[in-house]
Design a protein around this ligand. Structure first.
Ligand code: WTA
Length: 655
C-alpha cells in the first residue's frame, strides 16, 4: 500500500488526535476471541479462567491445585508436570504443522534460513544431547550470549527440554555485564558466537566472552556458534571452548523431554532496578507458559496462516515471551531478523515484510519514531498489504507515533495493540484485545482477562476513574516472577513492601485512567529510565562513571528525547586538578559503554562543580531534569546551597 506524504495541516491534526478506533468488523468476525463476556467471566473466577487456558497445553501429568498463594509467593498448577520445549515443538509434529515453518530467519547480510517444526525439533533434540554430553544437568544454569540467530532459540529450547535454566544476556552488553550475570547465576556453561552482524560490522561476542571469563568464573565450558565464518578472528581455548557445529555433527537426534514440575525454574533474566546490581528475575514453567501461550493467542490473534514478526532481541523479555515461547507454543511461524532496521537502507523492515508476507508486526515506539523521522517514502516503496495486526511494547507510545503506525504501516485497517508489561510480569498484562477493544492512541486499554490491576495513591487506595497514581496488581497471575534469583529479601522489598498492607505488587510505573476507564501509562516512578524501550538504572550508569579515575561524583537523569523516548544526561563533578574537556566527555561516554554496554551510553555529559543536594545530602534529580529539559526550576527550598543550581543552570545553557 503506497503511503502518501502528509501536508502540514494533516500533521497538525495528528498532534491533537482525539479519535478512537472501534474494532474492525471484518477482523473481528474471525478473531480467536470474540466474546466480550470473557472479561466478566474471568473476573468472576480468575483461577478457573487460567486453569482452562493451562489445560490447552500438553501436560505429562495434569495439575491438581490451581493456585497456592502465600504472599508474596505464588505457586501455580502444582502437581502437574510438563515440558516447555515439548509444548513448543513435539506437540506440533503429529499434524499439519509438522512441515510448517517454525522460524524464518533473515541475517543482516541477507542470508536466509527456514526451519520447519520438524527441523527445529531435530536441532533442539541434538543440542539437548550436546548439553547433556557436556555435563549439563537438570537444575543447572546456562548463560546464552548470542546474536539474533536461530541458534539462540535452539539453545533456549534445549535448556528447557533438559530442565536446565537459561540466563540469556543481550549481545549488546559488555564483558563486565556478562561476567556479573554469569557470576550471579553461577552458570556452568556459556553459549556464544564468534560474532553477529550489525550495520555491516561484526559485533565480536566471543572476544567479549573471553574477557568476561578471565579469572575465576563458574563457567567450565563454552560452545561457540560460527556465525560470521571468520574463525581466524576467534581464539579457542583448548579444553574449554568447542564449536557448536562440531558438537552437533555427532549428536543423536532423539532426546526425551524432561517432565518438569510446574514450579521448576525455566529461566533467569536480568533486568535493571533502581538500586544495586541487576536483578535476576526468576520465571518458572507451567504458569509462565500458560501466560505467554494465552496472551499470544488472544492479543496477537495468532493463526496457523500468520507470519509473525516480533522485532525484539531474545536478550530481552519480549524476545523470550514473544519471539520464542508464546508463538512457538501456538505453533506459529516466527520471523527472526538479525540486524539493524536501517541496514543497508532505511526500508529494511518494510522489505522484509514484503519479502516474507508478514501478517503481524510487534515493535517498539522508539523504532516507530525513527521510521517517522526517516519519512513515509521508505514504507511507501513496499507492499505492506499482508499486515493485519500491529503491536507496540516497551514504553509509552505517543499519539503521533500511534497514528503514523496506524496510517502508514497498518494502512488504516490493522488493529494496534499497545501492550504494557514487564520482565517481571512474564507476559502482557494491559492491552487491547483486537476484536473487542475500541483503541485510543496513547492508551494501553485495559487489563487482560483474569488480571486484577488498579491505580492507587501512596496509601494504596484506589484513585478511581480519570485519576493518576501508581500501577499495582492486586492478585497473583500465572506468569509472574517467583522471586529474584538468590535474593528473596530483595524480591519482597522491591515489589511488595510499598503496598505491603494491601498485598499489592508494585510495578514501578505511574498510570492514570481516562474517562472510559482505559489505562494510560505514564512512565517509571523510580530511578529507572527507559531509553529506546530498554530499562536503564541511573544508579548503574552513575557507578560506571564514578569508576573512572577523573570522576568524583555523578548523577544521571532521563531527559525527553524525540526518538528514544528518554536519553541519559549525566552531571559529573570531576576531581580537583583535572580539566574538563571534550576529550574527557568522550572518554566518559566510552567508559560507560565499556563498563555496561552501548545502550547505557549517556547522550550528554555535563561537568558541574557541585551537584545540587538537599540538606540531608540527597541529589535532587528533579532539578537536574528541569535543567536538562530547560524548564523553569521547581521548588528549591530544601536545597542546601541554592547557588549551586543557578551556577549549574547557567553552565548548562552555555554548553
Ligand atoms: C515500560 C518490557 C508504557 C514500563 C516488556 C515497564 C511500557 C517497563 C509499555 C518494563 C507500554 C513496557 N506502555 N510503558 N506499552 N510496555 N513499558 O522489563 O515502564 O524491559 O515498567 O519489559 O517498560 O520494561 P521491561
Amino acid at each position: 500500500m503506497p503511503a502518501q506524504t502528509q501536508p502540514a495541516q494533516a500533521i497538525e491534526a495528528l498532534l491533537t488526535e482525539v479519535r478512537s478506533f472501534p474494532p474492525n468488523p471484518s477482523f473481528a468476525a474471525s478473531a480467536n476471541i470474540q466474546d466480550p463476556g470473557v472479561y466478566e467471566a474471568a473476573a468472576a473466577d480468575p483461577e478457573a479462567f487460567w486453569a482452562s487456558l493451562a489445560r490447552e497445553l500438553h501436560w505429562f501429568k495434569p495439575f491438581d491445585n490451581i493456585l497456592s498463594w502465600t504472599p508474596p509467593h505464588a505457586r501455580w498448577f502444582e502437581g502437574g508436570t510438563l515440558n516447555v520445549a515439548y509444548n513448543c515443538l513435539d506437540r506440533h509434529l503429529s499434524g499439519a504443522r509438522r512441515n510448517k515453518a517454525a522460524i524464518i530467519f533473515e541475517g543482516e547480510p541477507g542470508d536466509t534460513r527456514v526451519l520447519t517444526y520438524w527441523d527445529l525439533h531435530r536441532e533442539v533434540c541434538k543440542f539437548s544431547n550436546v548439553l547433556k554430553q557436556r555435563g549439563v544437568q537438570k537444575g543447572d544454569r546456562v548463560t546464552i550470549y548470542l546474536p539474533m540467530i536461530p541458534e539462540a532459540a535452539i539453545a533456549m529450547l534445549a535448556c528447557a527440554r533438559i530442565g536446565a535454566a537459561h540466563s540469556v544476556v543481550f549481545g549488546g552488553f559488555s564483558a563486565d555485564s556478562l561476567r556479573e550475570r554469569i557470576h550471579d547465576s553461577q552458570s556452568t556453561l556459556l553459549i556464544t558466537a564468534d560474532g553477529g552482524w550489525r550495520r555491516g560490522n561484526i559485533v565480536r561476542l566471543k572476544a567479549a566472552a573471553d574477557e568476561a571469563l578471565e579469572g575465576n568464573t563458574s563457567i567450565k565450558q563454552v560452545i561457540v556458534v560460527n556465525r560470521t565464518d571468520d574463525p581466524t578472528r576467534v581464539s579457542m581455548h583448548e579444553g574449554r571452548d568447542h564449536w557448536w557445529h562440531r558438537l552437533m555433527e555427532d549428536a543423536p537426534t532423539h532426546c526425551a523431554a524432561e517432565p518438569m514440575e510446574s514450579e521448576d525454574l525455566l529461566y533467569i533474566l536480568y533486568t535493571s532496578g533502581s538500586t544495586g546490581k541487576p536483578k535476576g528475575i526468576a520465571h518458572t514453567t507451567g504458569g509462565y507458559l500458560t501466560g505467554v501461550y494465552a496472551t499470544t493467542k488472544w492479543i496477537f490473534d495468532m493463526k496457523d496462516s500468520d507470519v509473525y514478526w516480533c522485532t525484539a532481541d531474545v536478550g530481552w523479555v519480549t524476545g523470550h515471551s514473544y519471539v520464542v515461547y508464546g508463538p512457538l507454543a501456538n505453533g506459529a511461524t516466527v520471523l527472526m531478523y538479525e540486524g539493524a532496521p536501517d541496514w543497508p537502507k532505511r526500508d529494511r523492515f518494510w522489505s522484509i515484510i514484503e519479502k516474507f508476507g508478514v501478517t503481524i508486526l510487534y515493535t517498539a515506539p522508539t523504532a516507530i519514531r525513527a521510521f517517522m523521522k526517516w519519512g513515509t517514502e521508505w514504507p511507501g516503496k513496499h507492499d505492506l498489504s499482508t499486515l493485519r495486526l500491529l503491536g507496540s511494547v516497551g514504553e509509552p507510545i505517543n499519539p503521533e507515533a500511534w497514528i503514523w503506525y496506524h496510517k502508514f504501516i497498518g494502512g488504516e485497517r490493522c488493529p494496534i495493540v499497545d501492550t504494557w508489561w514487564q520482565t517481571e510480569t512474564g507476559s502482557i498484562l494491559i492491552t487491547p484485545l483486537p476484536a473487542l477493544s475500541t483503541t485510543k492512541p496513547g492508551s494501553a486499554s485495559r487489563p487482560f482477562p483474569g488480571i486484577s490491576a488498579d491505580i492507587v495513591n501512596e496509601h494504596g487506595e484506589s484513585v478511581g476513574t480519570g485519576n493518576g497514581g501508581f500501577l499495582v496488581l492486586k492478585k497473583p497471575w500465572p506468569s509472574m516472577l517467583r522471586t529474584l534469583w538468590g535474593d528473596d529479601v530483595r524480591y519482597r522489598e522491591v515489589y511488595w513492601s510499598r503496598f505491603e498492607k494491601q498485598g499489592y505488587y508494585f510495578a514501578g510505573d505511574g498510570a492514570k485512567t481516562d474517562s472510559d476507564g482505559d489505562y494510560v501509562l505514564l512512565g517509571r516512578v523510580d530511578d529507572v529510565i527507559n531509553v529506546a524501550g530498554h530499562r536503564v538504572s541511573t544508579m548503574e550508569v552513575e557507578s560506571a562513571l564514578v569508576d573512572h579515575p577523573s570522576v568524583a561524583e555523578a548523577a544521571c537523569i532521563g531527559r525527553t528525547h524525540e526518538i528514544k523516548g528518554q536519553a541519559i544526561s549525566a552531571f559529573v563533578s570531576i576531581k580537583d586538578g583535572i580539566e574538563h574537556s571534550q576529550e574527557l566527555q568522550a572518554e566518559l561516554k566510552e567508559h560507560v559503554t565499556k563498563k555496561i554496554g552501548a545502550i547505557c551510553r549517556p547522550d550528554d555529559i555535563f561537568f558541574a562543580a557541585e551537584l545540587p543536594k538537599t540538606r540531608s545530602g540527597k541529589i535532587m534529580r528533579r532539578l537536574l531534569r528541569d535543567i536538562a529539559e530547560g524548564r523553569a526550576l521547581g521548588d528549591t527550598t530544601t536545597l542546601a546551597d541554592p547557588s549551586v543550581v543557578a551556577a549549574l543552570r547557567s553552565q548548562y545553557e552555555d554548553s
